[in-house]
Design a protein around this ligand. Structure first.
Ligand code: IDP
Ligand code: MG
Length: 139
């Protein structure tokens, strides 16, 4: 079935603050199944590759540094309408604009250190999942 998976990361700020468990609980309680999960550290180069689409943006250098500043938890998640439903669960990029009850509203520190990533489309979700996981790591 198309459109039933998304990719997420718990970002360095949230991992460092000890919010991994609380965020995973929110994700599972919202009906997402964890298909793949790994804690890993991105190099600045790999962080830059992941966010290549933003390379012309003024925050790109900072974003590369931040995303490689500590371990992240990478996730492939499954649910009907996964991409859109997960974006709803995490809230707006800027936590000041995120709705009450969303993961970013609860855990993000700033527009950059915003606790979690969520793919923006089915095709991106597939590519981002493959950036971290082989097919033998998905269950
Ligand atoms: P998204 O994560 O909500 O999809 P994007 O616009 O794709 O937001 O930006 C990717 C990431 O880049 C954000 O999650 C955030 O960490 C960072 N970012 C986005 N906009 C800004 C900004 O204006 N200043 C600093 N960092 C930003
Ligand atoms: Mg995005």
């Amino acid at each position: 079935m198309a459109g039933n998976k998304t990719f997420s990361m718990i970002k360095p700020d949230a991992v460092a603050e000890g919010n991994t468990g609380a965020i995973l609980k929110m994700i599972e309680d919202a009906g997402f199944k964890i298909v793949a999960m790994k804690k890993t550290l991105l190099t600045k180069e790999r962080a830059g590759q992941f966010y290549e689409v933003h390379k012309e943006r003024p925050f790109y250098e900072d974003l590369r540094s931040y995303m490689s500043s500590g371990p992240i938890v990478a996730l492939i998640l499954e649910k009907e309408n996964a991409v859109a439903d997960f974006r709803k669960l995490i809230g707006a990029t800027d936590p000041a604009k995120a709705e009450e009850g969303t993961i970013r509203k609860l855990f993000a520190k700033s527009i950059e250190a915003n606790a979690v990533h969520g793919s923006d489309a089915d095709e991106t979700a597939e590519n981002e999942g493959s950036f971290f996981f082989s097919h033998t790591e998905r269950f």
